[in-house]
Design a protein around this ligand. Structure first.
Ligand code: AHM
Ligand code: MG
Length: 336
């Protein structure tokens, strides 16, 4: 065999060897997440057939009730992760409260929070969607059920963050603090294989991604920034190119590879912004920082924010470092 195929499992095992005290719990947890991702990927790819096999909420040809994909994705994540003995608690964008580990299973030392299927409103149009996950070490005593306190930790305490994008191929991108690596799912043998080692985001953006229909609802500072990126100036490579899918994982992934800035500012319609700190902003912020980029709410690094509630929203400016710093200057009235 020519070349070296590095599967996700092999990568995690090799990573784990860097920590002689490691127990393997983290490796098991990542394998469970990868398994859930494969199931969600399989069902996402079949989504277009739902109309043929039976509408959502009706009975399919196997006599099963067809579930909405975001509900299916949530159940898949919960069921794949609840019994491994690695987690003490979970939280999901789809569920109001924390998700306890069932009593019959042991409580582990990690906390996992996720958005099981982000961008799911796009599914019917065959647009890429994604799963986002975030892992912390617990802060409550070992061997007990995890609590809300374990979930409300600032993003800089994450031990791992990642996403899976279900696109033209399925890819998992994650970091444990030692580089950002991308693994593509080979559909023929069902393994994630290392395809994008050590991803670095270009220092300067070529692309800006924002839902500009909110323009009238933004404050003057963000309006000025958007006018700035659209103005022509050869020296600073403006105007930036505009690309907006409306599916965070896909918009983020493209910008990570090509260089770009994604913005979801606060507005008079959504005073706290739209996106969620724990399930969306924090994990992507950890990834972007380890790829050389930056994530901010306009005034503060996302990873420094101490969460107060599970479903807290946050304005998000994330991507190439130069551009996130620039938007911060605009937001803070230092430019304009
Ligand atoms: P969701 O968690 O309900 O799927 O919403 C999050 C999605 C993101 O994927 C995307 O970036 C954003 O909402 C798009 O919002 P908008 O339609 O307001 O532009
Ligand atoms: Mg979401």
């Amino acid at each position: 065999m020519s070349g070296k195929i590095i599967t996700l499992t092999r990568h995690i095992i090799e990573e784990q060897r860097r920590f002689p005290e490691a127990t393997g719990e983290f490796t098991d947890l990542m394998n469970d997440i990868a398994f859930a991702a494969k199931l969600i990927s399989y069902h996402t790819n079949k989504a277009g057939l739902l109309g043929v096999l039976g509408e959502t909420g009706t009975i399919n040809v196997q006599g099963e009730v067809v579930k909405k994909l975001d509900i299916f994705a949530n159940e898949t994540m919960v069921k794949a992760l609840d019994h491994g003995g690695n987690l003490c608690v979970m939280a999901s964008e789809e569920e109001e409260d924390i998700i306890p580990i069932p009593e019959e299973y042991p409580y582990g030392k990690y906390v996992c929070m996720f958005d099981p299927l982000d961008g799911s409103s796009n599914i019917d149009a065959n647009v890429s969607v994604g799963t986002i996950f975030s892992i912390y070490r617990r802060i409550t005593p070992d061997g007990t059920p995890g609590t809300l306190e374990d979930c409300l930790q600032p993003g800089y305490k994450q031990v791992c963050a990642g996403y899976v994008v279900y696109g033209s191929s399925t890819m998992m991108v994650f970091t444990t603090g030692n580089g950002v690596h991308g693994f593509t799912l080979d559909p023929s043998y069902g393994e994630f294989v290392l395809s994008h080692p050590n991803i670095r985001i270009p220092e300067k953006a070529k692309i800006y991604s924002v839902n500009e229909s909110n323009f009238d609802y933004w404050n003057e500072n963000i309006k000025k920034y958007i006018r700035y990126v659209k103005a022509t100036d050869k020296e600073t490579n403006r105007p930036l190119n505009s690309r907006y899918i409306g599916s965070l994982v896909s918009d983020f992934h493209r910008n990570l590879l090509y260089g770009g800035i994604f913005l979801y500012p606060a507005s008079s319609k959504a005073p706290e912004g739209k996106l969620r700190l724990l399930y969306e902003a924090n994990p992507l912020a950890m990834i972007v920082e380890h790829a050389g980029g930056k994530a901010s709410n306009g005034h503060k690094d996302i990873l420094q924010i101490v969460p107060e509630k599970l479903h807290q929203r946050v304005p998000l400016f994330i991507g190439s470092k130069y551009d996130v710093e620039m938007v911060e200057d605009f937001m803070q009235g230092k430019r304009g």
